[in-house]
Design a protein around this ligand. Structure first.
Ligand code: GTR
Length: 413
């Protein structure tokens, strides 16, 4: 009863906030047309941002409000979680790791997150962790028969015993364990099913999304990632200073949004995240346009974003500013040569533009200014790599993530 009351208050405050944020900015038709992405170090009204403090206080607040108003919708508020370890297997990967199954609840039966956390056994200290959502359900990432099917159907295949372990090569959890990292993951549909009329996600049940500033699925997933951080901060096996969010494609979009809005996430690795992620909305002829993404996936963003379909040049921010919101935390963008849809060159440009914010923060920013050759990893605080091949997440990609985490977190002990 108590929690329901609290949720009702939170939901009301959330709606009020959504309405006031909406009133703050001009209608899309009144925004100036700018061919280049807006400068992350210039305020909306034209004032230059001259100090770290001014960026952190004024510009970050303004950018967060703009991203919510014009693109993702108002992120739902933080809510109290309760969690329970339902199962633990100390002999995972031949005794190298412990696998825990944890439920994270929000004061009612559903929706809930079924988190799978795999932690290396041989370590002296709490483990750094890669955290992210998966497309196939936890049971597709491991062979352990105790990991249950997801409660709703995955994107491609309905839950079936034959699918168990089918995505081991996507998440490559054992490789991270061998390098001293934990991996925490859940099925994205636990938080919000990827469909227009989803009835069993947080947008319908927990924080009803209403009006022009109503948040879309990307924001819902980002919120879910932040609730996983709430849990990780309570788990003694995890080093809460070293939480890297990873996500592929649409889940990469959610990953970078989660990090931009939550500095407890100390590294962001959106892989091939494309439009609405780390690629510019002011795209190119080969990449996914704002109009295309809003037409194919009308539930991903807020309604206001659709008003930019034929005029993305009016956006008062671009995805360079989303990356800048992560400063000074490390951000690594990964691309693939055949994945032009996710705009590899545009993503590199976004890093180049965010570089000045990272320099203002005293970091090395993006260490190189020309688009790198295939397989050459730029591993500065703003990092980038492009490898041959298609839109996918591979063992080789994870090796790059691990090397990058070793460099910026320090090798796990
Ligand atoms: C595509 C979509 C992309 C990307 C991708 C994915 O169809 O156009 O924005 O998110 O799906 O998630 O695999």
């Amino acid at each position: 009863m108590k929690t329901n009351y609290k949720s009702a208050v939170a939901a009301t405050l959330f709606l009020l906030f959504a309405v006031s944020a909406f009133a703050q900015f001009p209608p899309v038709s009144k925004l100036p047309v700018r061919q280049d992405p807006p400068d992350p170090l210039v305020m909306f009204k034209g004032t230059p941002v001259t100090s770290k403090a001014m960026f952190m206080q004024n510009r970050c607040a303004e950018l967060k409000a703009m991203f919510q108003h014009y693109e993702y919708g108002t992120l739902p508020p933080r809510t109290n979680i309760s969690s329970r370890v339902e199962y633990a297997d100390k002999n995972c990967f031949g005794g190298k790791a412990t696998l825990k199954l944890i439920t994270i609840r929000f004061g009612q039966r559903e929706p809930r997150i079924d988190l799978m956390l795999v932690v290396p056994n041989h370590r002296k200290k709490p483990a750094p962790v890669f955290m992210g959502m998966n497309f196939g359900g936890n049971y597709a990432l491991v062979t352990n028969p105790m990991v249950p099917f997801p409660r709703s159907a995955p994107r491609r295949n309905p839950p079936a015993e034959s699918q168990r372990g089918k995505q081991i090569d996507v998440w490559n959890i054992e490789q991270s364990i061998d390098r001293g990292y934990a991996v925490a993951t859940c099925f994205c549909n636990d938080v919000e099913p990827d469909s227009v009329n989803a009835t069993n996600g947080i947008r319908e049940i927990l924080f009803p999304a209403k009006g022009d500033a109503a948040y879309g699925t990307i924001a819902a997933w980002a919120w879910g990632l932040q609730r996983i951080v709430d849990y990780l901060n309570t788990d003694k096996d995890i080093d809460s200073r070293h939480i890297a969010v990873v996500g592929h494609s649409r889940l990469g979009k959610a990953a970078i949004v989660a990090a931009a809005f939550d500095n407890r996430i100390t590294m962001a690795i959106p892989l091939q995240s494309g439009t609405g992620g780390a690629a510019p909305s002011r795209g190119n002829a080969d990449s996914e346009s704002v109009k295309k993404i809003n037409t194919s996936f009308p539930h991903w963003f807020c309604d206001e974003f659709k008003k930019f379909n034929d005029q993305p040049e009016r956006l008062p921010m671009d995805q360079n500013c989303l990356i800048a919101l992560c400063a000074p935390r490390p951000v690594l963008l990964g691309c693939a040569t055949e994945d032009k849809w996710a705009n590899p060159t545009g993503q590199f440009e976004m890093l180049k533009s965010a570089d000045k914010v990272y320099r203002l923060m005293g970091t090395d920013g993006l260490a190189e200014t020309t688009m790198p050759q295939e397989n050459h990893v730029i591993d500065s605080t703003l990092g980038y790599f492009i490898r041959p091949g298609k839109h996918s997440m591979t063992k080789g990609d994870w090796k790059v993530f691990l090397d990058y985490a070793d460099k910026h977190f320090g090798k796990p002990k």
